[in-house]
Design a protein around this ligand. Structure first.
Ligand code: IPE
Ligand code: IPE
Ligand code: MG
Length: 239
């Protein structure tokens, strides 16, 4: 485990989820096309994943494309799909080669067929790895996820509990995120992990995603480790 000075003695979150926002504005500010912002964002995401695993993080969930993002201009979506094929896939492969399990969360059937196949293949190839995982939330919407889960429960014809309902979500065998980071100045969840985020710590960064550095992640982790997670209890009960 690689720990720099800033992180000595700090609690490392087991599961970090990241809303990578601000690629478009990053590009616009530089008079570049949005697609260039997405390219820089995806490259940065690979770097951040490597850094997070080096620190001992076990699970990283990345919000790559929301169900609502599917309403963006087709040209932008085609650019994102091309980026996945030509760039992100290889980067993810490199990270997964370190013994990391890849999973796609979301209604992937809405993606082009070759990308679905690619994702399914990577999921199968990395399914034997335990303990560390990358989850790509793609064509993901928390409301869509919850509605899917409700329909599955109805099909089963059984009443649900909090735990049995969680088992019907796309994230069924993953621990809830300890820390959710959103870049790009906005202070909202934008339909991300609404059920799972019940007790996640939230961290909002002013930086656009392509400029969110490894050191910025370290700072978010330091901030996280200073919080008291009470889960409804009193301080006295915790100590
Ligand atoms: C987030 O960046 C990445 C995706 C939604 C695919 P945006 O594309 O939302 O960037 P901004 O918010 O327009 O800057
Ligand atoms: C959230 O970003 C979705 C992803 C990062 C994939 P958006 O850019 O879509 O969020 P809004 O529209 O500003 O809420
Ligand atoms: Mg955005």
């Amino acid at each position: 485990m690689v720990r720099n000075k800033l992180l000595q003695g700090v609690t490392i979150p087991r599961h970090i989820a990241i809303i990578m926002d601000g690629n478009g504005r990053w590009a616009k500010k530089r008079m570049l096309p949005r697609s260039v912002g997405h390219k820089h964002g995806m490259d940065r995401m690979i770097g951040l994943m490597e850094h997070a695993f080096d620190l001992g993080v076990q699970y990283i969930t990345v919000y790559a494309l929301s169900t609502e993002n599917l309403k963006r201009p087709q040209e932008e979506l085609d650019g994102l799909f091309a980026l996945f094929r030509n760039n992100f896939r290889e980067g993810l492969g490199k990270v997964c080669a370190r013994g990391v399990r890849l999973r796609a969360l979301g209604d992937v059937s809405l993606l082009p067929e070759d990308i679905v196949e690619e994702l399914r293949m990577s999921e199968a190839e990395t399914a034997q790895y335990e303990g560390r995982g990358i989850n790509i939330a793609v064509c993901y919407g928390a409301r869509d996820e919850i509605v899917h889960a409700v329909n599955k429960a109805i099909e089963k014809g059984e009443k649900v509990t909090e735990d049995s309902f969680a088992d019907l979500l796309y994230t069924h065998d993953l621990p809830d995120p300890d820390l959710i980071i959103r870049t790009g100045k906005e202070v909202r969840l934008s339909n991300f992990l609404l059920y799972q985020a019940a007790y996640s710590e939230l961290y909002f960064s002013q930086k656009m995603f392509p400029e969110f550095s490894d050191k910025d992640l370290d700072k978010a982790i330091v901030d996280f480790s200073k919080r008291t997670r009470r889960f409804g209890k009193t301080d006295e009960q915790l100590s």
